[in-house]
Design a protein around this ligand. Structure first.
Ligand SMILES: Nc1ncnc2c1ncn2[C@@H]1O[C@H](COP(=O)(O)OP(=O)(O)OP(=O)(O)O)[C@@H](O)[C@H]1O
Length: 253
């Protein structure tokens, strides 16, 4: 079998923060196109750090990180913006602009496709306005299009954030604890939205989760981090519940 080039490739990647804290240590990891990968680990294990190196919100300290075969380290300016356009990001706290409409929030997913002055003035073209309606329909929120973002519940806000990410027509979605502040019902809705986009559009999706049951339910592959190191990496059909003890064991003092 000819193996395809991974979409994301970590080669001995380490990240040391300026204050000396080790965020990531010698990470070796390939992620293939269309995978739904869940990252688990204790608080402080490096999950957010790993996710944020992929769109260069965090610079790595050593090793090499490639997206679609392109090394991220030298990317600046236009090339960096092009990379970020292909990567949708979802945050625990939704990161919507609260005082503007849902429509405007969703349209902001397109800013990477416009010159800055047009997006600042909100001059989005009709095709994108249609796209925004379609994106909101996908997350069952079409009727909220003219509501202000802060009139929505947390779960609804996160689904607007999913629609906004989808507007980018991304190849990759990174979701950093997307359901940590949601109740079980809305958690399922948001995770289902992410999984549906992943399956229908083959968007490579990487999600940080605290919940092992959710990881088991949604992942194609589970990755475990502990103190910045990759300590677990298995396709879901090889995952056994008792494996999690090692990932979640406290460090010995
Ligand atoms: N900007 C920063 N400066 C210094 N240290 C940082 C910074 N951001 C994170 N760290 C440290 O790096 C390590 C990994 O943090 P990270 O946020 O990636 O972990 P996490 O697994 O996502 O944790 P959580 O589940 O609590 O979000 C931790 O020790 C953290 O304190």
């Amino acid at each position: 079998m000819v193996s395809e080039q991974p979409v994301i490739s970590f080669r001995k990647v380490s990240k040391i923060y300026q204050n000396g804290t080790v965020g990531l240590k010698d990470i070796e990891l390939d992620i293939q196109a269309g995978e739904f990968v869940v990252i688990v680990g204790l608080s402080g294990a490096g999950k957010s750090t790993l996710l944020r190196t992929i769109n260069k919100m965090h610079e790595i300290s050593s090793g090499e990180l490639l997206v679609n075969g392109v090394s991220l380290a030298p990317l600046r300016g236009k090339k960096l913006r092009a990379l970020r356009r292909e990567i949708g990001m979802i945050f625990q706290n939704f990161n919507l602009v609260k005082r503007v409409s849902v429509q405007r929030n969703v349209l902001s997913g397109r800013v990477g496709y416009y010159p800055t002055w047009k997006s600042v003035l909100g001059l989005f073209n009709p095709a994108d306005k249609k796209r925004a309606v379609a994106a909101l329909q996908r997350v069952n929120l079409a009727e909220k299009i003219y509501a202000r973002a802060d009139e929505l519940s947390g779960g609804q806000q996160q689904r607007v954030a999913v629609a906004r990410a989808f507007m980018q027509q991304p190849r990759i979605i990174l979701a950093d604890e997307p359901v940590a502040s949601l109740d079980p019902l809305t958690t399922t809705a948001v995770m289902d939205d992410l999984k549906n986009l992943n399956q229908e559009f083959k968007i490579t999706t990487i999600v940080n989760l605290h919940s092992v049951p959710l990881a088991l339910k949604y992942a194609d592959r589970i990755i475990g981090l502990r103190a910045g190191r990759l300590v677990y990496n298995k396709p879901i059909d090889q995952v056994a519940t008792q494996d999690f003890a090692a990932i979640y064991q406290e460090e010995e003092k």
